[in-house]
Design a protein around this ligand. Sequence first.
Ligand code: AMP
Ligand code: GLY
Length: 421
Amino acid sequence: MNVLVVGSGGREHALCWALKASPLVGKLVCAPGNPGIAEIALCRPVNVTDNAAMLQLCRDEHIDFVVVGPEVPLVNGLVDVLEAAGFACFGPTASAARIEGSKGFMKDLCAKYDIPTAFYGRFTDLASAEAYIRKHGAPIVVKADGLAAGKGVVVAMTLEEALDAARALFTEPGAEAVIEEFLDGEEVSFFALVDGKHALPLVSAQDHKRVGDGDTGPNTGGMGAYSPAPALTPALQADVMARIVQPTVAAMAAEGAPFKGVLFAGLMLTKDGPKLLEYNARFGDPECQTLMLRLKSDLLPALMAARDGQLKDFDLRWHDDAALCVVMAGRGYPGEPAKGGVIEGLQEAAAQPGAQVFHAGTKQRADGAVVADGGRVLGICARGPDIATAQARAYAAVKHVRWADGFCRSDIGWRAVARQN
Ligand code: AMP
Ligand code: GLY
């Protein structure tokens, strides 16, 4: 089969890497891809938010199956357009992707179907938002309604911070805010493949959202991840499936927007049980990199079963090993990152025991050099029999990367390693 992967980040490199291993995959195409992906797939420089151009690409490349990585093309209706033209896609329609694209939609769905999440209010004007914040007090969380690449959320520990966040949000014309209860606990990422009706749980992972060691500094798209997340015990996982994931899948179908694809639940493990922080309509990045390293089964039939409504009796096998991903970012990230710096040593890094290197924001110069071209630039990953070994192996590989502007957190996996010890 000819398979098209949509996107250009570390997540898409990991998806291409897993699909490349499938005996079912003939031609593997990626749009637009990156230099790491180009080593295993044909990269095509098409704008993934141009649905007509993407449709043309599917026709030109005789694509049999499309796997959409990022949220923006999903919310933009890429799956609707391609499916209508007869191209089978893994990923939700625009209507189902609202579960990520609109926090208001997601919160109202949870309220209507009794899915555990933080209590909240929705606001379209500053005065009522301010009144709500004053009424409930800090800590409190202020969120912009639309897609914001992890940057539209302010977890305000003081009243002033919360009011400032609301004021900043309402400087945008047409802004909408969700203001919600602060949930305290450990955060985990949970993934399930969904076929419109049935959900097949994948494995858990934990992201590291803050830019600095010890979970300090501003939020990012994710500075590293590992899988499994031991905090999500089998009992908690069963609880999440029964009280959060299954009811959501049923709710989306009842609302006339059946969800197909991967449902990514951002969870807070509170003292009152797991609560939903947010839904995403796609794999997490960098969580996906660790999931793909642990997946033993062929990825493609699972994605096809989700698209075809055939997950009911489907099963996946996983390595018992742990996997860990250290993100290397450009100095300045999550602000304006330094770009253009030459990166060397990637082959040495990838040759370390258990290591795997995924590109994210890289670019290949005309002279062949790989240079930094984004905020999150590389995912240096490793597998190991336990989390401490995976961590040691990933950081051993990081040492081989020579990139003057690059930085990473030095403590990815700390919670799980502390538990292991
Ligand atoms: P979101 O994009 O909604 O996942 O928010 C980004 C990050 O903000 C989450 O990963 C959490 O770390 C944090 N966050 C979001 N909502 C809450 C909440 N209600 N309580 C505490 N932290 C939150
Ligand atoms: N790593 C979190 C996300 O992909 O949203």
